[in-house]
Write a protein of this length. Structure first.
Length: 120
């Protein structure tokens, strides 16, 4: 089953985990939208540099370090995702509490591992 995913912190650089995640998500036929600092394409996914009000986001997978996440708290809440995945290096106690208070699931995990082990 496809889970529409927002990759928040997407990169055009092929060695970045966010880039690899976009490719793996698409290989497994998940619908993907992406936001990053530089516009471009990864696989068949356009990286947006403007925040869009995407609809029906199941999962947000974070690739932003905690000090850069604060600017996106309201945006994340407004999208009303089912869950947020905190990839290694993105762990953020403050955002965990905000998500919990808003009944949004979260997990500290690696999107690539979840995909590889059929736990996504």
């Amino acid at each position: 089953m496809s889970k529409k995913t927002l990759v928040l912190g997407a990169s055009l650089k092929t060695d970045r985990y966010s880039n690899i995640a976009i490719n793996r998500l698409r290989q497994q036929n998940h619908e993907v939208v992406a936001f990053g600092l530089r516009q471009g394409e990864v696989n068949d996914v356009s990286i947006d540099t403007d925040l869009h009000n995407y609809e029906d986001i199941d999962t947000i997978t974070l690739y932003l370090n905690p000090k850069h996440q604060e600017a996106y708290y309201d945006y994340i809440l407004d999208l009303k995702p089912r869950r947020v995945i905190f990839n290694p290096g993105t762990e953020n106690q403050e955002l965990y509490k905000i998500l919990k208070d808003n009944n949004i699931e979260f997990e500290v995990a690696c999107t690539l591992v979840l995909l590889a082990t059929d736990q996504y």
